[in-house]
Design a protein around this ligand. Structure first.
Ligand SMILES: [Zn+2]
Length: 431
């Protein structure tokens, strides 16, 4: 910390003095169970953010993502954008956090929405992913406004819907409508829980598809009179085991993906089903299956093209149509996202990196996420490249029982966010 000018010390002290406020803001956010699916209590959470930020001079806008998946009058997909204009023109720094949390699941020691504080940690669903990060960004910005009331440019804070279910009712919608897009915004920090001393530059790509094989029904006692779609699918899985999985292991990326295992291309079979519908009651009927379906979850690297990724599977299937009698299939795309990786020399990366080295006295670690998050929409739809994820919380705890966020981690990352915001707005580096 040596060498900081007194004024920056004052900014950091302001943040430390706000620790109790940071804890109670995080608790208040966690105590609103914004469970998604289905999208519970978004209105309450958006209202909390709106009243907090409007009393601090932010203009606020509540935007409902009409017509997006899951948007109904009972479960409106609500988003908040709060903007505070500076005293003169300049760039816009935007902090984006999703307000939704995944269902709590079982195995909790405390009520998952009580936000119990114990041993310097706040426990609860959404503490780590990512209401702790949201609260830290608010405290960082509020401290910065006190420290530098006449800042240039603009600061925005958003609370958005549905990240956990793809972000269509949240950041994707806002990017399409120009809210979360260039040139309105210049720099974006997403305080997802990537650990306080790491900068997440982006994520791998995703291709989900549904594969179906076809057969002919017959009595289960005379399967030779029919043609089993499940046996055809078994042949597909054999091809995957013999050819596809070994090929994917050979593909290793130069992207700094964590954890180590995700540095290669991966494939998961998310689900498989053939024959009688699941969930029947009574006794099963003896039937040869005329349909078998599976959902592929292929994660790919920046070195790969989506078209090649698809072709790899298609050519195995085409091979089977030649080698295997009566083999017929359909392959349907469900979801696709291309990889995204912000340049390590981009301004937002560099300013957060300097903040980390000041607060922790070490260089940051640069990482790429194995799965995607809202950066995909900001990059692809919003055409905004200066975007990263940086925030408190331990990535591995996200979505787990007894999820928590460390109070010190939140304070320290708020310091990093505040210093980086100052640099991005002023164009000056803190000495
Ligand atoms: Zn998250």
């Amino acid at each position: 910390m040596a060498g900081l000018t007194p004024s920056v010390d004052k900014l950091l002290a302001l943040i430390e003095h706000k620790q109790d406020d940071l804890v109670s803001l995080t608790q208040a956010l966690v105590q609103i169970p914004t469970i998604n699916p289905p999208g519970d209590n978004y209105a309450d959470c958006i209202e909390l953010l709106k009243s907090r930020l409007s009393t601090r001079g932010f203009q606020t806008e509540i935007i409902r993502a009409e017509g997006t998946p899951g948007d109904t009058d009972q479960y409106p997909r609500l988003n908040l954008i709060a903007r505070r204009e500076g005293s003169r023109p300049g760039p816009c720094v935007h902090f984006n956090s999703h307000i939704d949390v995944v269902p709590p699941g079982k195995g909790w020691n405390d009520d998952p929405f009580a936000a119990v504080v114990r041993d310097g940690k706040i426990y609860g669903r959404g503490t780590c992913d990512m209401k702790g990060g949201l609260a830290a960004s608010i405290i960082a910005v509020e401290a910065l406004l006190e420290w530098m009331p006449d800042f240039p440019g603009a600061i925005e804070i958003s609370g958005t819907a549905d990240e956990e279910t793809g972000g269509y009712g949240g950041v994707a919608y806002l990017a399409e409508k120009g809210w979360m897009a260039a040139p309105r915004i210049d720099h974006v920090i997403i305080p997802e829980p990537l650990n306080k001393d790491r900068i997440c530059l982006g994520h791998r790509g995703v291709w989900w598809s549904e594969l179906e094989t076809f057969g002919t029904v017959a009595h289960g006692s005379m399967p030779f009179l029919g043609d089993s779609a499940i046996r055809h699918m078994t042949a597909v899985l054999d091809e995957f085991e013999q050819k596809l999985f070994p090929a994917l292991q050979q593909k290793v990326t130069a992207m700094p993906v964590v954890p180590e295992g995700a540095k290669q291309s991966t494939l998961n079979i998310n689900s498989i089903h053939g024959g009688l519908a699941e969930g029947f009651t009574g006794f099963p009927a003896p039937m040869v299956a005329d349909s078998c379906r599976l959902v592929l979850d292929r994660r790919f690297l920046i070195e790969e093209q989506l078209s090649e990724v698809k072709l790899e599977v298609q050519s195995l299937l085409e091979g089977l149509t030649k080698s295997r009698e009566n083999f017929a299939y359909s392959l349907k795309d469900l979801f696709e996202v291309v990889p995204s990786m912000t340049d390590q020399n981009a301004p937002v990366v560099q300013s957060i990196a300097r903040g980390i080295s000041r607060v922790f006295d070490r260089e940051p670690e640069y990482v790429v996420s194995p799965g995607t998050y809202d950066q995909k929409h900001i990059d692809r739809i919003g055409k905004l490249k200066d975007c990263i994820a940086y925030g408190p919380g331990i990535l591995d705890l996200a979505h787990q029982a007894n999820e928590y966020v460390g109070v010190t981690d939140m304070v320290e990352s708020a310091k990093v966010m505040a210093m980086a915001t100052y640099e991005l707005l002023s164009g000056e580096q803190i000495e």
